[in-house]
Write a protein that binds this ligand. Sequence first.
Ligand code: PGA
Length: 250
Amino acid sequence: MTRKKLMAANWKMYKNPDQTRAFFRDFLPLVAGHTRDEIVVCPPYIDLYVAIEDAKGSNVAIGAQDLYWEKEGAYTGEICPSMLLDIGCTHVIIGHSERRQYFGETDDLVNFKLKGALEAGLTPIVCVGEVLEEREANLTEDVLRRQCLRAFHAISAKKAAKLAVAYEPVWAIGTGKTATPQLASAAHLLIRGEAAKAFGQDFAGNLRILYGGSVKPENVKALMSEEEIDGALVGGASLDPKSFAAIVKY
Ligand code: PGA
């Protein structure tokens, strides 16, 4: 089974539109002609328009870091799936651990957001992962099972076709601690198993499961060599064009 890897940048709350322009000016030539992997950059909302303009006609897709699931309405401060689609976004990150941790995002909200994204035709990257206390208490498997089960609830395999998942152990995010390729692989296998239960074996075999958490140019190759790892979701190391290009081209 060959799954094209998805190399995704999550800029979090960094860069303004000028800095976004500067990034693409330097980044695009570095990855020009790179077709082995799919590349996506997810900047803050206010940079999306600039990013989409700059990346037009290139091999780099643009995604958002979040969305709201309703089609439109009185939801001050929110952005709906069709707004993202209309400006040219193709991907969206859902359920990042920072949203779960700081903004009260529950498994149910992740499920609503996932449904909204799929309904609109966006490619969702759903994040799951355990915090350190959960790992230390041997709860990793329970947590991943619960997060997947709830995220995938009442979604058909047909609807879910574009789904990608990112395994991001929370203790590895922004800490410089990376999961070993073996540890990540084991988590990915478990997630694939949950996807098989929800959507069937064939679907699970095609599902891309990204690893995220302190991915750097120095450790990306070992991670990507694992058969179970189908790409990377990169935070800190994606802010610098050279560093993200090196990751993409590992
Ligand atoms: P990091 O972040 O690469 O800075 O650890 C990854 C993420 O949060 O998606």
